[in-house]
Design a protein. Structure first.
Ligand SMILES: Cc1ncc(C[n+]2csc(CCOP(=O)(O)OP(=O)(O)O)c2C)c(N)n1
Ligand SMILES: [Mg+2]
Length: 270
């Protein structure tokens, strides 16, 4: 995902990565994965650092430089939310990509506000009475859109071309842009590494995630399937959902259906 984004944006991209798996795996000296300018920020400070860099780029008069943040779900939806909200409000020319692996993975699989209902984490274990996470996933895409941002989108690493197109669109925006990418974590989800792509595709096909855009004040669905694939197929492949009872799965299906009912009623197709 990072490689693809940087292929679209090019060498003259300054990347900010906060504490999280991406900085842990990307910055192991001497094997720095980034060949462009890249810096690790404080955990809550991705967007404020992006703002500062964007101001410097503007002051220097560089027209061909992109300022890109790549942060996890915890770093975005929880601890970095205030900085992100401020940067969007100021209209800074930044591209912010959230890679959502649905928990604080780098510190050992703790629940974030983007962990979905039912998922087992080390802070929301599955027992006899309480079966994993009791809350539902925070709607980060619509929270960002509510700022009336120039461009926001959701994506999944299971739909690569769609993601590439969205990064390209973000690169053309004069102000802030935001892309929320669904990105499975083999360790945290209890799946094999070579299953990540299939799972990231299946989550979209089963309707538990969606490909959408927010542009010029309107929401668009990029993919509006007539029928969903069974959510059980998606859930049962992952150890984090193994403990779920039929009634939990029913709850997940009901939440999915009401969300899609609202999206189909209020959003346009593309
Ligand atoms: C202020 C602060 N609090 C806590 C941490 C510890 N910490 C480092 S990475 C991390 C988890 C990051 O989770 P997420 O943003 O979802 O990224 P992931 O590791 O899942 O890629 C935490 C809690 C920190 N570095 N700084
Ligand atoms: Mg995470």
């Amino acid at each position: 995902m990072v490689r693809l984004a940087l292929k679209v944006l090019g060498e003259r991209t300054i990347t900010v990565v906060p504490a999280g798996c991406m900085s842990a795996v990307g910055f192991i000296y001497p094997q720095l994965c980034f060949s462009n300018n890249a810096i690790i920020s404080t955990f809550p400070g991705t967007a404020s650092m992006l703002s500062g860099i964007a101001a410097a780029v503007k002051a220097k008069g560089h027209k061909d430089v992109h300022v890109l943040g790549i942060a996890g779900d915890g770093g975005t939806a929880d601890i970095g939310l205030q900085a992100l909200s401020g940067a969007i409000d100021r209209g800074d020319k930044i591209i912010y990509i959230c890679y959502d692996n649905e928990a604080y993975m780098n510190t050992g699989i703790q629940k974030s506000s983007l962990t979905p209902f039912g998922a087992k984490t080390t802070t929301t274990p599955a027992g006899e009475n309480i079966r994993g996470t009791l809350t539902s996933k925070k709607n980060m895409f619509e929270i960002v859109a509510a700022h009336d941002i120039a461009y926001a989108a959701t994506a999944s690493i299971g739909y690569v071309q769609d993601f590439i197109n969205k990064v390209y669109k973000a690169s053309l925006v004069e102000g802030p842009s935001y892309i929320h990418v669904f990105a499975p974590c083999p360790t945290g989800w209890g799946i094999k590494t070579d299953e990540t792509f299939e799972i990231a595709k299946e989550v979209v096909d089963s309707g538990l995630w969606y490909l959408a855009e927010y542009e010029n004040g309107e929401f668009f669905l990029n993919k509006n399937p007539k029928e969903f694939t069974p959510v059980e197929n998606y859930l049962r492949k992952q150890n984090r959902f193994k403990h779920l009872h039929d009634e939990d799965i029913e709850q997940i299906i009901n939440a999915r259906d009401s969300k899609w009912e609202r999206m189909r009623r209020q959003w346009n197709n593309k």
